[in-house]
Design a protein around this ligand. Structure first.
Ligand code: NAD
Ligand code: IPM
Ligand code: MN
Length: 359
């Protein structure tokens, strides 16, 4: 590390498992090609390491990431050899919870009409963002199993919603709406809260009350509401209905895979796990995709767009824009992997984007 260079951004890289190990190197290549002043330190946290010596995250690992790095860039975690998924839980959910990365920001953008499974939908029609609560809900894994293995077995999975947690994610969504523009340059204008308060009245009631309260602080932004089931239907009927969506951890997980389908599949979806002012973590939305791992066929664009998102967050705006336009060019010229209708491999698609981003 060069102590003289204070503007150089330090990035911890954790490729993880499966296709994470293939797409992350492509994204690093593109970041370098775009000329970003960054320094990478790679960590081998993931299934191989866990199976070798039992380590998931070293003691002090999360504090080290927050202290020594400006951002974390992660691949995917999940391996069929680790049946309990314990390493993924400890590494991925560990970062989200221990580093308090409460806002999982998942932009949904269609780069080219041919990628969308819906008919008569243009890129301008799919341009929304999901702000997913990232530190609470059923993901806390509170609860227990009683009388396991007997006919009387009981499984309890608690849904934890704190006033503080709900308020900060809703406020984040309104502030995001205020600060961000759509791809065509027009302002964002609407925040929609998605819940299931007709059935889950305790948690839903809290979300409803806090949403109304916080919305009152932002009179220029339209506050809307939908139940999560109706929202899923609407998302495939007419994605134009959405601008900024805010929701809880689990609904956010589910609707962002659905939304990824509108963008051309999981291979195109980017995300950031953010706590303003703290070291944040960026990862593609997709997982380790074991069936396609190791074959050089995974789409690296989700990881590359995630890299652009990370650089934007680190205020390396010029480099982020270069990367985004290089991916757009690749999509328009079909320099893509097979899932997107192209003929390139993971490495070749990454190489094409890197070349383009370097000019
Ligand atoms: P997945 O996202 O890994 O893959 C689902 C399917 O989507 C794949 O089989 C593949 O057909 C397609 N796909 C995903 N990414 C792609 C890409 N880049 N290019 C082309 N096609 C792509 O979801 P899954 O199969 O449910 O989960 C596999 C493992 O990954 C599990 O262990 C799961 O827990 C884990 N997972 C991890 C993360 C993460 O680390 N952030 C996210 C989701 C799933
Ligand atoms: C995601 C993933 C994770 C989640 C899994 C791997 C725990 O699906 O990042 O979307 O549910 O958050
Ligand atoms: Mn998911």
């Amino acid at each position: 590390m060069d102590p003289q260079n204070t503007s150089r951004k330090r990035i911890a890289v954790i490729p993880g498992d499966g296709i994470g190990q293939e797409v992350i190197p492509q994204a690093l290549k593109v970041i370098r090609a775009a000329g970003a002043d960054v320094e990478f330190s790679e960590f081998d946290w993931g299934a191989d390491r866990y199976l070798r010596d039992g380590m998931t995250v070293p003691p002090d690992g999360f504090a080290m990431l927050s202290r020594d790095f400006d951002a974390v860039f992660a691949g995917a975690f999940g391996d069929p050899r680790v049946k309990t998924n314990i390493h993924a839980k400890e590494i991925l959910l560990g970062m989200r919870f221990q580093m308090d990365l409460y806002a999982n920001v998942r932009p949904v953008r269609l780069l080219d009409a041919t990628l969308c499974p819906l008919k008569d939908v243009a890129p301008k029609d799919v341009d929304f963002v999901v702000i997913r609560e990232n530190t609470e809900g059923v993901y806390i894994d509170a609860g227990g199993v009683f009388k396991q293995g007997t006919p009387d077995e009981i499984a309890i999975q608690e849904d934890i919603n704190t006033r503080k947690g709900v308020e900060r994610i809703i406020r984040y969504a309104f502030e995001y709406c205020e600060r961000h523009k759509k791809l065509d340059g027009s302002p964002r204008k609407r925040v929609l809260m998605c819940d299931k308060s007709n059935a889950m009245t305790h948690a839903g009631g809290l979300w409803q009350r806090v949403f109304k309260e916080v919305a009152g602080e932002f009179p220029q932004i339209a506050a809307q509401h939908m139940y999560v089931d109706a929202l899923c239907m609407q998302m495939v009927r007419d994605p134009r209905a959405f601008d900024v969506i805010v929701t809880n951890n689990m609904f956010g997980d589910i609707i962002t895979d659905l939304a990824a389908g509108l963008q051309g599949g999981l291979g195109m979806a980017a995300s950031g796990n953010i706590h303003p002012g703290k070291t944040s973590m960026f990862e593609p939305v997709h997982g380790s995709a074991p069936p396609i791992a190791g074959k050089n066929i995974a789409n690296p664009f989700g990881a590359i767009l995630t890299a652009a998102m990370m650089l934007g967050h680190l205020e390396l705006t010029k480099e982020a824009e270069k990367i985004e336009s290089a991916v757009l060019a690749a999509v328009l010229q079909k320099k893509t992997t097979q899932d997107m209708g192209g003929t390139l491999g993971t490495r070749e698609a990454g190489e094409w984007v890197a070349e383009r981003a370097s000019t």
